[in-house]
Write a protein that binds this ligand. Structure first.
Ligand SMILES: Nc1ncnc2c1ncn2[C@@H]1O[C@H](COP(=O)(O)OP(=O)(O)OP(=O)(O)O)[C@@H](O)[C@H]1O
Length: 310
């Protein structure tokens, strides 16, 4: 488990990250989402031990990263935002060099390199110079170095940065495969990326954690959509009296059909609300066409969170 506790980072007078705390359980794929400059890279660098927090701490399985950086970094794979490139090296030589730096024993190195090349579908490029690779292939070499030695934690900073749509799709598939055997933290500013790859999202705004939510929960809103043939003020008044309903908004209308948006009270029992609402509609001798939870897209939630001044 990775625990970030009250992480802050200053660069001179600039506060890049402010009092950010979260836990990441083994096996989770967590997306760090935020606009440019929100602090994603700074957090990734602190989680990987390449940057010290000004205050706060990172612990990995209970061990403090600042005090045990070397032993923890051996269990950790990191794809930095700007990968250092060694254009004159052959892919295999670079990976062998990266494996050496990671402390992988000489006898295990060639197996680790082979595994990383296979996992990233780069085996047939192993003997090419890095300079001759495409952007996407270089990014794959970056991921290959991150997964050398099968780390239990993978920290990937913008893994699809600069990739074309096909390469992006391949990279997402690769991250999903890797997540079967590692805990993955992936930073991005692309919503579809989070939808496609992650179990949970952390949203950052101006260096602060603005939202930490499982994707399944995030899509469910606190609003029920009701469609009925009754558009009278009498029904609206009845709906407003349902104890779980905070506010009723009228939505789209078509001949013979009116939509209502029923905003529920925070923390109320949604099943009970739905049961009371249907009772209300049928009791008014109206026809109930549809009653369902409104689903919010990640894009909508992101926009709400970024606009929220609280
Ligand atoms: N080494 C540094 N020196 C000074 N300021 C820095 C440094 N690194 C980051 N910052 C500042 O900290 C803030 C957060 O930067 P960071 O790179 O973490 O954001 P980000 O969310 O990764 O952005 P992007 O999506 O553009 O990569 C920015 O305002 C940035 O200018």
């Amino acid at each position: 488990m990775i625990e970030a506790s009250h992480l802050s980072r200053q660069f001179g007078r600039k506060t890049a990250v402010s009092n950010v705390s979260f836990n990441i359980e083994a096996g989770e794929v967590v997306g760090l989402l935020g606009p440019n400059g929100a602090g994603k890279t700074t957090i990734m660098r602190m989680l990987s031990g390449y940057l010290e927090p000004t205050t706060g701490a990172v612990t990995v399985n209970g061990e403090n990263l600042g005090q045990n950086a070397y032993s923890i970094q051996r269990q950790l794979g990191y794809l930095p935002e700007n990968l250092p490139v060694y254009p004159d090296m052959l892919v295999a030589d670079y990976l062998d060099y990266a494996a050496t730096i990671k402390g992988i024993e000489r006898g295990d190195r060639s197996r680790a390199v082979r595994e990383a090349l296979l996992a990233t579908a780069m085996m047939d490029r192993a003997l090419e110079r890095i300079a001759t690779l495409s952007r996407g292939q270089k990014q794959r070499v970056g991921v290959a170095q991150a997964i050398l030695g099968r780390p239990r934690f993978l920290i990937l900073d913008e893994p699809t940065n600069g990739l074309d749509p096909h390469q992006t799709e391949q990279m997402r598939d690769l991250v999903q495969q890797l997540s079967r055997r590692a805990t993955v933290i992936v930073s991005t500013h692309i919503m579809q990326e989070v939808e496609a790859m992650c179990d949970r999202v952390l949203m950052l705004r101006d260096g602060q954690l603005a939202l930490d939510r499982a994707l399944g929960d995030l899509h469910r809103s606190n609003t029920l959509v009701l469609r009925t043939d009754d558009d009278t003020p009498a029904l609206q008044a009845l709906l407003e009296k349902v104890p779980q309903v905070e506010r009723v908004e009228t939505g789209a209308a078509q001949p013979g059909c009116r939509e209502y948006l029923l905003h529920l009270r925070e923390g109320c029992n949604t099943d009970l609300a739905a049961s009371n609402i249907s009772h209300c509609v049928l009791g008014a001798n109206a026809r109930l066409f549809q009653l369902e939870c409104r689903v919010r897209s990640l894009q909508e939630v992101f926009a709400e969170v970024m606009l929220d001044d609280e």
